[in-house]
Design a protein around this ligand. Structure first.
Ligand code: NAI
Length: 416
């Protein structure tokens, strides 16, 4: 197979190029984003005729025109959480795998939550500000240890469960509420309803995604239901908390403090001002959506996305792809002898498609040693493993035969 090339933009971490290199992908790193025409030109200029990958963060946009003008584009790595910058529908229809890194910053967020729990409990933010301004605010009034206090976690997924472990290490008692059944880690206890958690917690930390159910989930009545003198932390998504209700509860003294990292409206760049009615309130830590912004998270993101892209190019596996159905199939025994290849076929999921593909294989007289199918809506992904080396003319004949079917979107032959 002709060597794959990756164009990594926007200073994607160096770990990405290293991992891609390990998968025999030649990577070029650029520090900046590229505009549409620049991106098309750069992709068209990549050498050879093998598959091409783009790696980007939030600023480069992969538009329908980019897909049209760069037909070698096979995979896109979004080295971030969001994927809005890519025309996902077009990617899907063209059989282009798009990957992102939803979980690489888990630890970074969890550490900041724990740090803020302690900071809020000791009123550090206000006292530090006073010291900077030349005031000596030395007092124990309102300052508490967190040991023995109850932390209520809403959403016990990747981040929530990490926070749970770290909080217990500080001697806190952990309660959590999740809409799905989750195994409690350590000594954490689960509760059945959100009100139960709110009534029992000294600190409430939110770790849910942005969905119809979670938008506004901490509204006036939920905030009212929290313990007097308790604290609210939101490092999840901005619309989960009703900011006006939170501001009111902080001003009235019902809540003793809050830490907020995400907002319903956030500035689009560092040049825009940040507006929020929480500005200027006592014992409120405001951070500019940096919960996951650490060098370690960036390095993890580089590794996580690059390894998904590398495995996709080499073996066709799509676990974690936001555009193609998830499919993984163990390598066949024949792969150990270098005498196996995999046909990876993305197709329109219509009646009769599988029998047409299998007819091509049957007509060729080639035996199948492994086969797997996954579908999502109108797109299907099929692996066919055959005991032939990828440079065997029969294997390439099969690829061509399957590729020629009207239902086929993209068909590759991979050496295993
Ligand atoms: P996850 O998907 O691993 O966990 C989310 C959990 O919330 C799941 O267990 C799910 O069942 C639960 N959940 C969903 N709806 C719920 C509801 N209505 N009530 C109770 N539980 C519910 O997600 P992960 O990785 O832990 O991320 C959590 C949040 O943190 C996400 O919103 C993510 O966008 C945000 N995040 C923020 C960052 C920052 O920089 N501040 C960085 C990384 C993630």
């Amino acid at each position: 197979m002709t060597r794959a090339h990756a164009l990594l933009l926007e200073s994607v971490h160096a770990t990405a190029a290293e991992v891609l290199g390990g998968h025999d992908v030649e990577a070029t790193r650029l520090p900046t984003a590229l505009a549409e025409d620049e991106l098309i030109a750069a992709l068209q200029q990549l050498p050879g005729d093998g598959p091409v990958v783009v790696g980007l963060r939030s600023k480069t946009h992969v538009t329908p025109r980019v897909f049209e003008q760069a037909p070698r584009l096979s995979a896109i790595g979004c080295f971030c959480i969001g994927t809005d910058q890519v025309a996902l529908d077009v990617a899907r229809r063209r059989g282009v795998a798009v990957f992102n890194a939803p979980f690489s910053s888990t630890r970074s967020v969890a550490e900041l939550v724990i740090a803020e729990v302690v900071m809020l409990s000791r009123q550090i933010f206000g006292r530090s500000k006073a010291a900077h301004e030349g005031r000596w605010d030395k007092s124990a009034v309102g300052a508490h240890e967190v040991r023995g206090k109850t932390l209520g976690i809403v959403g016990y997924g990747h981040i929530g469960s990490q926070v749970s472990i770290l909080a217990e290490a500080l001697g806190m008692q952990v309660l959590f509420f999740d809409i799905d059944k989750r195994l409690p880690l350590g000594n954490a206890n689960t509760v059945d309803t959100l009100p139960e958690l709110l009534q029992a917690s000294d600190f409430v930390s939110l770790h849910v995604p942005d969905t119809d159910l979670t938008r506004g989930m901490m509204g006036p009545s939920e905030i009212e239901a929290m313990k007097p003198g308790s604290f609210l932390l939101n490092l999840s998504r901005g619309k989960v908390v009703d900011i006006a209700a939170l501001g009111k509860a902080l001003r009235s003294g019902h809540l003793a403090g809050a830490a907020v990292d995400v907002y319903p409206r956030e500035p689009a760049s560092t040049k825009e001002p940040f507006e929020s009615e929480l500005r200027g309130l006592d014992n409120v830590i405001l951070t500019p959506h940096i919960g996951g912004s650490t060098q370690e998270a960036q390095a993890n993101i580089g590794r996580e996305v690059a390894s998904a892209v590398g495995r996709y190019l080499k073996q066709g596996t799509t676990s974690g792809s936001v555009t193609l159905p998830p499919l993984d199939l163990a390598l066949p025994r024949a792969a150990r002898t270098g005498k196996a290849s995999r046909i990876v076929n993305v197709h329109h999921n219509v009646p009769g498609v599988l029998s047409a593909i299998n007819q091509v294989v049957a007509d060729s007289g080639v035996n199948i040693v492994g086969q797997a199918l996954a579908t999502v809506d109108d797109i299907g992904l099929l692996f066919i493993d055959v005991p032939l080396a990828d440079d065997d003319a029969k294997a390439d004949g099969l690829r061509q035969g399957i590729s020629a079917l009207e239902t086929s979107v993209r068909t590759r032959l991979l050496a295993l």
